[in-house]
Each structure stands twice: as structure tokens, then as C-alpha cells.
Design a protein around this ligand. Sequence first.
Ligand code: MG
Ligand code: MG
Length: 255
Amino acid sequence: MIELRTPAEIEQMRPVGRFVAETLQALKREVTVGMNLLHIDKRAHELIRRAGAESCYIDYAPSFGSGPFGHVICTSVNESVLHGMPFDYALKDGDLLTLDFAVSLNGWVADSAISFVVGTPRAEDLALIDTTERALAAGIAAAQPGGKVGDISAAIAKVARADGLKINTDFGGHGVGRTMHGDPHIPNAGRAGRGFPLKPGLVIAIEPWFLQSTDELITEQRDGWTLSSADGSRGAHSEHTIAITEDGPIILTQA
Ligand code: MG
Ligand code: MG
């Protein structure tokens, strides 16, 4: 079911959006070479508690994961790109890290993800992150009232294909509201002018993610959750929760 939010409800969603954005930026500032992924999870948990927020991940147990997630943030490193379960791993110089974070605060959810390099970056990693961020910006710009979900999908895909990337549409954006995942699904490729109408009041997460040289994922056996590229190439992911209004899209997950 697709739910539309009133302007007043969209205003109520701003604090959770701001908290998610500020937490991701704070963690990005704190992350250093040598930091353990479990420490990042612990820090995120502290910030959640301090804010009186609630994790959307800790008890999350969908069909594609193995049991409850048990952590409050996804930390996907290098060839891992989605649902990276924090584990006992110390970040190395040049690692490409994706943090994906969703919480509920005062009954509303926000969901956002960022990718960045820890320490000395490789040019190809910065290029992949840049493509992902530009695809997100293009997707948001296409999220106009009167349009269709396919407009967002097509805008994302155009950026990725121009940079020679393949697109996997198994995981993409989604409705956001009282819970983390709702309708409609927002695939990272599709045809403009097709799909669900973008109406004022629709709140969605848009989340392009790409791999350097494949569109095939494998599930890491160590946890049954972390999704990595089938060929070992690296991945990046960029996500915002936005609200579509009469005047266009508003990014909720910004500080
Ligand atoms: Mg997310
Ligand atoms: Mg999401």
C-alpha cells in the first residue's frame, strides 16, 4: 500500500532525517585507518540511544537475510556493497566503506547511505563514488510531482550507463514512513513515464548502488547477510530519503 503524507507529517519527519544525516557525517569524521567495524556499530548505537531513537536494523529479519541483523548500521567494505554486517575487521588504508543507516524517531523513519574512502583513495574508487552520488542527484531531480517512478529510475540509469556501469535492479529504493520499507519500489533502472505516479506527499528512499565491473551479487557465507560483487570489484552506494511536494523534492536526510 502506498501512503501519502500531509505537509505537516513531512515536517514531523525532518528531525529523524536530520539525525540520520548528522550521525552519518559524525561517523565519517570519526572513521580512521585501523578502526574496527564493530566500533563503528557501537558508536552508532550510542548516538541512537542518546537521541532517544530506535534502530530499524537490529531486529530486522527479511527473507533475504539470515535471522535478525543484530546491529544498528551496515558497514560494507570494498567488494561488499549492501547489507554489510559489521564484523571484527580493522579498516585498512584505501578501503572503500559504505555506511547505511536507518532509525525511527518520534514514530517516523529516515534511511540514508554514504560511501567514502578511508585513508589514501584510489582514483577508480573516487570515480565510482562520484557516479553513485551523481546518479542519486539525478534521481532526486527527477522526483517531481506529476512524474512517474520510472522517471527516477531512468535518470539514475542514464548516469550509470554513461560511466559504463551495469545495473542490478534486485535492490533499490522504497517508500519510507512509519516503517523502513514500503511501496513503491524504486528500481535503479527503468523507463521514464512508466510506473507509479509521483504525487505530493510521497516519501521515498532513492538509493543507487553500483559495482565497478559486474551487476552480479553473492551473499557472504560468514554472516548470510552481506552482499558483495561476484567478481571482487568494489561497490558504492548513495541514499537519501526525500519527500515529494507540490514545489518539488525535499531531501529529508540532510543536516
Ligand atoms: Mg539504507
Ligand atoms: Mg533504503
